[in-house]
Write a protein that binds this ligand. Structure first.
Ligand code: ZN
Length: 307
């Protein structure tokens, strides 16, 4: 429901960042529980688990997230590069930035948090239970860890969309095109490569040859309504919600978690942030999610395989 409101109001990505950084503080604050045994009891009975993940999960794999302080590439704020206006003005610079991020990703691996979620999904699916990841991360580490039920609300770095015909495709080429080979270093002293637009990644659909762009959601762009609808279905039916590597009062979890909590579904946060969680959120586990998540999602003594 909350998701539908976001669609119908046409609120875009950047607006969400602006409006949902902090939800209004709840009047009655109680400390959420960090009782792992109590969490495990609920976990053992959950049939449909939604796992909302944010930048913290990627950061633990050493992925530069270009958020907050340090969110610079060369002398530009990442936010200014991740915009349709900059891409239309300077596609070469934007492609250098994304080429750099793609190449960096090839050197990074899923961490124990990604692996615990993927292992849990596989194990529970054999018991007729579901785990769905809803992530803002664009690095594909959940997929590489083995997760299959993933809703990437911001798209991902390894997908392209044609500016002419709109065709979308996965693209894992390294480099993505010859002209970008060796380009994209983040050092502020390095000059733009100024690659001619015809040498940037081009569409391979028959007779098209249009300019490709990264299929990620940029600032000022609307989130994909199909993905949001699917996320809403998951959140409407889940009986346990995990918020991992981000706070449930910070976008994007802020968009989803209160909706789930309003249905009296337990929400458990796993993150490094010391934010005041409201009484609507039942659990908070503080620390690196690569340490807190694996014991939380490990096989419970009551689990039996029914495949
Ligand atoms: Zn095309």
């Amino acid at each position: 429901m909350i998701v539908c409101q976001f669609i119908s109001r046409g609120i875009t990505n950047s607006h969400l960042y602006a409006h949902l950084k902090r939800l209004p503080a709840c009047q009655t604050m109680t400390r959420p529980s960090s009782d792992l045994a109590a969490f495990r009891k609920i976990f053992s009975k959950a049939q449909s688990i939604a796992v909302i993940t944010g930048a913290g999960v990627s950061a633990e794999s050493g992925v530069p997230t270009f958020r907050g302080a340090g969110g610079y590439w060369r002398k530009w704020e990442a936010q200014s590069l991740a915009s349709p206006e900059t891409f239309s003005r300077n596609p070469s610079r934007v492609w250098e930035f994304y080429h750099y991020r793609r190449e960096v990703m090839l050197t990074k691996d899923p961490n124990p948090a990604h692996l615990a979620i993927a292992e849990c999904e596989e194990r529970l699916s054999k018991q007729g239970r579901t785990v769905t990841v809803i992530t803002q991360n664009v690095d594909r580490l959940h997929r590489r860890a083995g997760s299959k039920n993933i809703l990437e609300i911001h798209g991902n770095l390894f997908r392209t969309r044609c500016m002419s015909c709109g065709h979308e495709a996965d693209n894992y080429k390294s480099p993505i095109c010859t002209a970008l080979e060796g380009k994209g270093a983040p050092d502020p002293k390095i000059d733009d490569a100024n690659i001619p637009v015809q040498n940037l990644p081009r569409c391979e659909q028959k007779g098209c040859n249009g300019l490709l762009r990264p299929a990620v959601v940029w600032f000022g762009e609307a989130l994909d309504s199909d993905i949001l609808t699917r996320a809403e279905q998951v959140l409407d039916s889940c009986d346990l919600c995990l918020v991992v590597g981000t706070s449930s009062v910070v976008y994007p979890a802020a968009m989803f978690a209160p909706h789930v909590a309003a249905r009296k579904v337990p929400v458990a946060e796993f993150n490094m942030e010391n934010t005041p969680a409201t009484e609507r959120f039942k659990f908070h586990f503080h620390g690196p999610c690569g340490s807190t998540l694996p014991p939380a999602l490990a096989r419970h003594e009551t689990e039996t395989e029914e495949d």
